[in-house]
Write a new protein. Structure first.
Length: 570
């Protein structure tokens, strides 16, 4: 298919772009196969490059000799284009609607993007390969876990990666039997190994018990093999008992205590799909209403239920982390399919437990391992955002809810994370629309079929370049090796204003504050360097004085000077 066939009017002059808190831009609007481009006609040569995939929906208004197109983006930005001519307005709007909703993934921009403006220093596709990540994960597991290639051709579980970590005592034949007993073949696999006590977090799909009470001794054996001697485990079901009960009528269900006697089941209900999508829509609608009074705005924020959903995720993740760290008990987490709330809980629990996950590199590895490679259906969930009225039942802000939950923890422990808020916002934006292939497709199997690793560029290839990454680092970061326990009290949760309100309020003051913090930190670094240099000069002068006989060489003063040069600067 040729993109030119879908573009009725490729270029219009005299278009005015209007954005909040910015001056209008008068210029030429161009529609290409993947972008909406506006170049100003003024001396500053300001440009707008907007990916069609970033457009959630549009509204058009026609008048006598002109028209207006309201562009609502998946990152919650709203743009207004004033276009001369009714026909031009109608054609531009029609082209945008078609180009922003192409279903063929191979026609999306990542397959056409070529990184001509930067050199790839590290191939992001090689940075977090599943084998190397799993090897690192079980490196302290005392040889009790192994990497299995039972799913190497994705035939056992189409949403799992080619390799998974499982108990060493469990054979691949037993894994096959367990896969037949779990929703979508998602048998229990290792998600996290706690180095201090050997407890683990596993994830899976629901067991296919059904109304007949079906049983799988192989699945029971697999779970029991993950337990340490004399220890019991917890099964955390992210559904309510009533929802889990209804799943039985459709062939699903939960693990009967009689068959899983070494495990205690706990239900922690978390919403999914339609409920989450409606909550986000209500939230953005409230944030976009600048005319609402404070009381009305707060009421609408509360009625959206968004912060309540964050509380549910945090509560369940803290419970999982507490079982592992405080009780030394292993945990299996699942809901229905194990690709939604399950991943929110397992990944957020690791942020709480593992200080490495609070670094840039560690968090990127976590996103790859627990979301991209674990089969979260990004294409389905991120098809639409908060504005479109034409949505399928598959769209849901599951990944955004996780990022928001991480942000809440960052707010409570502002010095414990190497990355800043903009880093999380960047991941949100690229999950919904990107020139990179990292968040394409619904699984690794789909990526392999389309040749994503060979035909597109990884987000990490661009982001991890030093000159880029410095913009996403937290200037207040101080490594914290301890487990961090966030508060889940309602008064401890905040609206992520830097994300949800960034297009409707002026953030220039906050940006200036961040620049000031960076300036202070850089000045402090210069002072530390100067102190160390002066200490070394003092030591050299004292040595020279000893050599010339001007200072007694009893060693005391020299030792003090030497210690001063090597001691850290407070």
């Amino acid at each position: 298919m040729e993109f030119v066939e879908l573009i009725k009017t490729p270029k219009v002059d005299g278009v005015v772009l209007n954005r909040p808190f910015q001056e209008p831009v008068d210029g030429t609007l161009c529609v290409t196969g993947h972008h909406l481009i506006l170049s100003s006609r003024t001396g500053n040569h300001e440009e707008l490059w907007l990916l069609h995939r970033n457009i959630d929906c549009i509204e058009k208004r026609l008048e006598a000799n002109r028209g207006t197109v309201i562009v609502k983006c998946k990152n919650f930005q709203v743009l207004r284009l004033d276009i001369p001519g009714q026909d031009e307005t109608f054609n531009i709007a029609g082209s945008i609607e078609v180009l922003s909703s192409l279903e063929d993934v191979s026609l999306w921009y990542p397959f056409y993007f070529r990184p001509r403006q930067f050199d790839i220093m590290e191939d992001g596709w090689q940075a977090f390969q599943v084998d190397s990540e799993l090897t690192r994960l079980i490196s302290h597991a005392d040889h009790s876990w192994r990497i299995s290639s039972v799913n190497k051709d994705f035939s056992v579980c189409p949403t799992y990666p080619a390799a998974v970590a499982v108990p060493k005592s469990v054979s691949d034949e037993l894994l096959l039997a367990s896969a037949g007993f779990r929703d979508r073949g998602r048998f229990p696999v290792l998600s996290y190994y706690h180095n201090d006590n050997g407890a683990v977090i596993m994830r899976s799909g629901q067991p296919l018990v059904g109304t007949s009470g079906r049983r799988s001794k192989e699945d029971e054996q697999l779970l029991n093999a993950s337990l340490r001697a004399g220890k019991k485990g917890y099964i955390i079901d992210t559904r309510s008992p009533s929802v889990a009960q209804m799943a039985k009528s459709r062939g699903g269900g939960w693990e009967p205590e009689a068959n899983y006697s070494q495990w205690k089941r706990v239900h922690r209900a978390m919403e999914r799909h339609t409920v989450l999508q409606e909550a986000l829509c209500k939230l953005i609608e409230a944030c976009s209403d600048s005319r609402a009074s404070t009381d009305k705005w707060l009421s609408r924020l509360d009625s959206s239920g968004w912060l309540s959903h964050i509380k549910d995720v945090l509560t369940c993740a803290c419970l999982t982390a507490q079982c592992v760290d405080k009780e030394g008990a292993s945990v299996l987490v699942h809901g229905t399919e194990g690709t939604e709330s399950t991943l929110q809980v397992t990944s957020l629990a690791q942020v709480i437990l593992d200080p490495d996950c609070r670094t840039v590199r560690g968090f990127e590895a976590l996103v790859e391992r627990e979301w991209v490679q674990a089969g979260h259906p990004f294409n389905e969930r991120c098809g639409k955002s908060a504005f479109s009225n034409v949505r399928s039942r598959y769209e849901a802000p599951v990944f955004l809810l996780f990022l928001d939950s991480v942000w809440q923890v960052c707010q409570q422990f502002p010095c414990s994370f190497e990355f800043n808020t903009q880093f999380l916002i960047l991941l949100f934006e690229h999950a919904y629309a990107s020139q990179f292939g990292t968040f394409l497709c619904n699984s690794e199997a789909e990526k392999t079929k389309l040749g994503v690793h060979q035909k597109t560029v990884s987000l990490w290839s661009w982001l991890n370049r030093p000159e880029v990454l410095q913009n996403y680092l937290n200037p207040m970061y101080e490594p914290n090796k301890a487990v961090i326990w966030p508060s889940v009290a309602p008064q401890s949760l905040e609206l992520w204003s830097e994300l949800y309100l960034r297009w409707s309020q002026d953030n220039s003051t906050q940006q200036e504050t961040i620049k000031h913090i960076l300036s202070i930190k850089e000045h402090n670094k210069e002072l530390r360097t100067k102190v160390i240099r002066m200490r070394r000069q003092l030591l050299d002068l004292q040595k020279e004085a000893v050599d010339r006989g001007l200072l007694a060489a009893d060693g005391n003063s020299m030792e003090v000077a030497s210690e001063a040069c090597t001691s850290p600067v407070s």
